[in-house]
Design a protein around this ligand. Structure first.
Ligand SMILES: NC(=O)c1ccc[n+]([C@@H]2O[C@H](COP(=O)([O-])OP(=O)(O)OC[C@H]3O[C@@H](n4cnc5c(N)ncnc54)[C@H](OP(=O)(O)O)[C@@H]3O)[C@@H](O)[C@H]2O)c1
Length: 330
């Protein structure tokens, strides 16, 4: 099969190669998926760069955890009825060497989730990490029906799904922050009721005005360290802050007493290691939402397999307004 891989960590253009590799076979309990698209996430970049001391871990890595394709082989113990099923994939390259940036992947059957027949595979490759992270950030602490939810970075891959799943989950009001008019359109298209440009507007003031000075019950937070002062101005007592990133301030100083006096709940989200039951609930809910809702999957750009390194550089540039995808069969 054709695949992209790297055998040492470093800059995309230097370490990512494209060529032929052995086609995997589905082992017991596994399915093999003939992939059409591979979805990139910031974690794929971080892993290749060795961010936070991450090691290569294996002699060769086929990058990317997300993807979509069709099951073409099932291993022992997996129902034959799954052959021909259109699926989206999660954690394809988490604690496994060979991810989705290849024509085929063999992986545990539960990590290939059936997608609605009418949905296209390009959109299927957007779902994995972003949608499961968004789901966990919203629902780890119970239902959000009737709640007021603030999604920071509402045009990001996770933020976009967080807005959509918050609406699906019955949130009464969803507010989102963005940094540009283009990103504001994206957050609106996802269903945000109120969109705030955090570079130009006073977020706390706008949130308080939009909530009749009550504040928000739940924050889905992409930049905890830098946004902590704002959160403290808008979080209701007993509110929840579900944090999944803090890239610009990785070691923030916690304003302990301010959080304590609100009885605030800090929820850390690390998608790869959520409990099994949470994965099952997330894939069930995402399936229900995909089938019944009107999902919006913003694809920023699609690259052919031969340009996988360019896809990495594009995501790294911070200019992508939506998901970055590699078409592995092109
Ligand atoms: N913990 C987990 O399990 C988990 C799972 C998935 C992703 N992540 C991490 O989460 C981060 C985002 O991932 P992603 O795939 O959603 O990336 P993405 O598509 O690049 O989105 C990130 C968004 O955050 C916005 N942003 C950055 N700083 C902000 C701030 N101070 N306030 C509000 N918005 C801000 C960015 O827009 P502007 O810069 O234009 O504002 C961008 O729209 C990455 O660090 C990723 O590694 C963690």
């Amino acid at each position: 099969m054709r695949a992209a891989w790297y055998a040492k960590q470093g800059p995309a253009k230097r370490v990512i190669k494209v060529g032929e590799m052995d086609t995997p076979e589905a082992g017991p309990g596994q399915v093999r998926v003939r992939l059409a698209y591979s979805g990139l996430n910031p974690s794929d970049i971080k892993r290749r760069q060795g961010f936070g001391g991450q090691q290569l871990g294996y002699p060769r890595i086929i990058p990317h955890s997300d993807g979509a394709g069709v099951i073409d082989q099932v291993g022992r113990g997996v129902a034959k009825s799954r052959l021909g099923e259109k699926v989206w994939i999660w954690s394809g390259q988490w604690q496994r060497p060979f991810g989705t940036c290849a024509e085929y992947i063999a992986l545990p059957a539960r990590q290939a989730v059936a997608m609605p027949r009418r949905m296209n595979l390009l959109h299927g490759a957007c779902i994995g990490i972003p949608a499961i992270t968004a789901h966990r950030a919203l629902f780890a602490d119970g239902p959000i029906k009737g709640k007021t939810v603030l999604v920071t970075g509402g045009a990001g891959a996770v933020g976009n799904y967080a807005i959509q799943l918050a609406k699906w989950g019955g949130a009464a009001l969803v507010l989102a922050t963005v940094s540009s008019p283009a990103k504001a359109r994206q957050a609106k298209a996802a269903g945000a009721d109120v969109v705030i440009n955090y570079k130009k507007q006073d977020v706390a003031q706008r949130v308080m005005r939009a909530t009749q000075q009550e504040g928000v019950d739940h924050v889905v937070e992409v930049a905890f360290g830098v946004n902590q002062p704002t959160i403290l101005k808008v979080l209701k007592p007993h509110g929840i802050i579900a944090c999944y990133a803090s890239d610009k301030a990785p070691e923030p100083v916690l304003n302990f007493y301010a959080f304590m006096q609100r009885n605030a709940n800090l929820r850390w989200v690390f998608m790869y290691e959520i409990p099994d039951a949470a994965f099952r609930q997330a894939t069930r809910d995402i399936t229900a939402w995909l089938s019944k809702g009107k999902p919006h999957h913003p694809v920023a750009e699609t690259f052919p397999l031969s340009q996988t390194a360019d896809a990495h550089l594009y995501l790294q540039s911070g200019k992508a307004n939506g998901n970055v995808i590699v078409a592995v069969d092109k």
